[in-house]
Structures are given as C-alpha cells and as structure tokens.
Design a protein around this ligand. Structure first.
Ligand SMILES: Nc1ncnc2c1ncn2[C@@H]1O[C@H](COP(=O)(O)OP(=O)(O)OP(=O)(O)O)[C@@H](O)[C@H]1O
Ligand SMILES: [Mg+2]
Length: 431
C-alpha cells in the first residue's frame, strides 16, 4: 500500500489537546493508528492565551500519539475556533469565454477562485471557500454543473474568514512544538463532518459543539454548509457559575457539575443533598441537587438564547432547521437535551463522532468529535499528502499492527482521559 496515506489531526481545545493519527486503508476506510489526549490550560474561549503552555501540551500530545502509532509526525491539520471566525454566503460570476459550451474542470477551478476573490480587511484571512451551488444561465440550484452547457456561470459559496493575528498565534504554538501545520479546518465544519448523517445534511440540521470555552455552530441544508458561527461560551462558564454561586474553587465546581449537575432540576430528586469538601473551605458544604440545577439551568437557557439568535440570520429564514445535533463535552450535562427540546421546539440528539475505524474504547465520546472531524475533513477535502515520516513506520503489511496498536492506544488513551480534570479557563469572570 501507499504509505502516503497517513494524516495527523490536532484539536487544540480550551480544556485539552487531542491528537489522532489516521491512515486510509486500501478499502478506503479510515482507521485510527494513534491517539492521545493531554490537558491544556493555555487556551481561552478557543484561542491561544498562553502560547508556551499550549505548545507544551501540543508537543506532549503529538509525541504520545506518534509513539502509539509507531511513526514520526512532521505535519498536522489543526482545528481553529474562536469568535473571530466569520462566515457569509456569496454569489460570484465565473469569467469564461463567450458562447454556449460545457462546464469543464477548469471552469470549476475558476469558479472557486472567483468565489474567494474578496477584499478583506488587513487583519483577516480567507480560511474556506465551500461551493454550495451554481447557476447556469440564470437556472439556480445546480449542484454539479460539470459537462452541462451554459453561456453564463455563477457560483454560490460559503466563505469563512478568521483573524490573522489569532490564526498566527495558534500556528506558532504548533510550530514551536516541532510540527508543520499543513492546513487548518474551522471546528464547526470538522465536528459536523464527524457527527451529522447524510440525511441531516440534506434535509437541514444545526450542529452545535458545546466545548469548554466555545459553542461552535454549523447549519447544513441541501448537502452543504449554509452558516457557521462561534459563541464564546462553553462548559467553563457553567462551572464558573457554580464556583461563584457556592463560593467554591473552580476544580470543586467542575467536579460538582460533572457528578451531580443537571440542567433540568425539576427532573432531579428535589431534596437530594450533596456534601462537598472544597479545598478553599475549612467546613464541609451541603447543597441540594436542585440548587445546583437551578444555576446550571439558567446558564443553559442563556446559551440556548445565544444559539437561537445565531439562527435568526435572514439567510436562514427559508432553511428547514428542525433538527439540532449537539456534541462536545459540555453537551453531556444531564438534562441538557430536555431543556433544548423545550426551548427550541425541535428534534434534538447528542452525537458521538463516527467515521473512523478503531477508535479506542472511551474515546468514542462527544468531546472528541472535532478531532475526528479534522481528520475526516482533511482526508475528504484537502490534497493528498503524508503527515508522518514513512521510514519510522514500524509495521510492514497492510493489516499488520492494527490490532496491537488499538490495544496499546486503548490503555494509553484511557489512562490519560481518566487521569485529568479540565483546568480553569484563563478568563476569571463568566461572560
Ligand atoms: N458529564 C459532563 N457533564 C457536564 N459537563 C461535562 C461533562 N463532561 C465534560 N463536560 C464539560 O465539557 C467541557 C469540555 O468539553 P470539550 O472537551 O468538548 O471542550 P474543548 O474541546 O476542550 O473546548 P473548546 O472546543 O471550547 O475549545 C468542560 O467544560 C467539561 O466540564
Ligand atoms: Mg472542542
């Protein structure tokens, strides 16, 4: 087999760095060869706040995943998120020679170029130009115009931009860890690739990845993305609210949320009481599950209002978005879907990532959707390239190594997942 089929995806999240090394097999399925999850406390709301500690976490994560897979990593795809990400849909005329003639591959390349020809302010960079549809002599809604005859060709595309300074900071943090960034993928697109079904993309669905510091949104319809947005609110704010409400340290609040938290206190046992031993207090603290739930319910409702506002964009008015698919660690909060169903009055589900073979037990979790999606998005949409040093690949035949690697990863990845608690986001105040 060609060994140029390895890709490395790094999700540099607000709470953890997750590196996944994948390879495409001869049967075109994509399998995991190495994975590692390392806590990271240098990010704030999805963006680099303390470069040095982010670099340390990336280096550790890449080295552990590389050891797992028995390869040496030299390039990676990274995810990118933060409220600097902006998107819009635009139409562009595709310049071509006059007269009626079939649309060629060259025309499609010219179309993508025309779609991305935008004047951007000094600090903005184009990240993605995703063709949505074409118009042929005024006939709209053509998805694949290749070979069709037309005089005029127009393209509708979804264009995503980001802040150069924020992108450069992330790029440098990865570079300083000793690997080259071959491409960046915005995280709402990545997560959507890992969790949305073909039917959801086609018929209309909203993806929301609720992470530690951001909630990433992508709206799909007719098979492609129609809207992306990032809200700078995630699980951190939920824990921070508990920390403030009960005057306890952040780590105790985080544990309280995960173990006893609910967004639907009316469904929780009203009088069930929890006794805490916060490190900041000399006396134990007793609070009811209902009190904890009241705080979390308010934050959940506030986040949902912010999501609702993002879905009220005029260009989404005619898009059927009656399904919301949640993923990300923050969406695992007990009662989250009950409140979502009630507030949005739509079908809701919590999704784990799909599409990669051999995910070790314990990593098939909503928190890893973006990492899986970065690998899948890169494999599907970016030019073929190899991210690992082929001389260091330890196995020799197509199927060798897979089982042993998977077993090794299971032990390695799980010990890392269980052994840490997400650290406090750098911002001290809630949003
Ligand atoms: N069972 C649970 N209940 C509630 N919250 C949870 C649970 N498990 C994890 N979380 C929360 O999920 C968040 C981490 O999610 P995730 O790993 O998806 O974030 P991230 O990718 O690091 O951050 P971001 O995508 O925002 O940059 C943390 O705030 C954590 O408290
Ligand atoms: Mg994330």
């Amino acid at each position: 087999m060609s060994q140029g089929n390895y890709r490395v995806a790094i999700d540099i999240g607000t709470t953890k760095v997750c590196t996944i090394i994948v390879r495409k097999r001869a049967d075109h399925r994509v399998e995991v060869c190495g994975i590692s999850i390392v806590p990271c406390d240098g990010m704030s709301k999805g963006m680099v706040a303390e470069s040095a500690s982010v670099t340390v976490a990336i280096k550790e994560s890449v080295e552990a995943a590389a050891a797992d897979a028995g390869v040496e990593v030299n390039a990676v795809y990274t995810g990118l998120t933060g409220s600097h990400i902006e998107s819009k849909n635009r139409w562009a005329n595709v310049p071509r020679s006059e007269g009626m003639r079939p649309v060629t591959d060259l025309d499609l390349s010219a179309a993508k170029k025309a779609a991305g020809a935008i004047d951007l302010p000094d600090d903005r960079r184009l990240l993605h130009v995703i063709p949505r549809s074409y118009a042929l002599d005024g006939l709209h809604g053509v998805r694949n115009p290749l070979g069709m005859h037309t005089g005029e060709l127009h393209i509708e595309s979804h264009v995503i931009t980001g802040s150069i300074s924020k992108i450069t900071k992330l790029h440098n943090a990865v570079f300083d860890a000793g690997v080259r960034v071959s491409s960046m993928v915005v995280e709402p697109l990545a997560s959507a690739d890992a969790v949305l079904t073909a039917d959801e993309r086609e018929e209309g669905a909203v993806l929301v990845d609720v992470g530690g510091g951001t909630s990433d949104i992508a709206v799909y319809h007719d098979g492609s993305v129609v809207h992306t947005a990032v809200i700078p609110v995630g699980g951190f704010q939920f824990s921070n609210d508990l920390s403030i409400a009960f005057a306890i340290d952040f780590e105790s609040a985080e544990r309280l949320k995960i173990k006893h938290g609910t967004a639907a206190p009316e469904l929780a046992g009203m009088k069930e009481e929890i006794t805490l031993h916060p490190t900041t207090m000399s006396q134990p603290l007793t609070i009811s599950k209902r009190e904890i739930g009241q705080v979390l319910k308010e934050r959940t409702s506030e986040l949902f209002r912010m999501i609702q506002l993002k879905l009220e964009e005029p260009h989404l008015a005619d898009i059927p978005t009656d399904r919301i698919v949640f993923t990300g660690g923050g969406a695992k909060l007990d009662g989250f879907l009950n409140i979502a169903k009630y507030i949005f009055q739509r079908k809701v589900r919590l999704a784990s990532p799909r599409g990669l073979d051999g995910m070790p037990e314990g990593t098939n979790d909503p928190a890893y959707s973006a990492a899986v999606g970065i690998a899948l998005w890169g494999m599907r949409n970016l030019p073929a390239e190899n991210h690992v040093d082929e001389r260091k690949i330890s196995h020799t035949s197509e199927n060798s190594g897979t089982a042993t690697l998977a077993n090794k990863q299971t032990a390695g990845a799980l010990s890392m997942i269980r052994g840490w608690l997400p650290k406090r986001d750098k911002e001290t105040a809630g949003t």
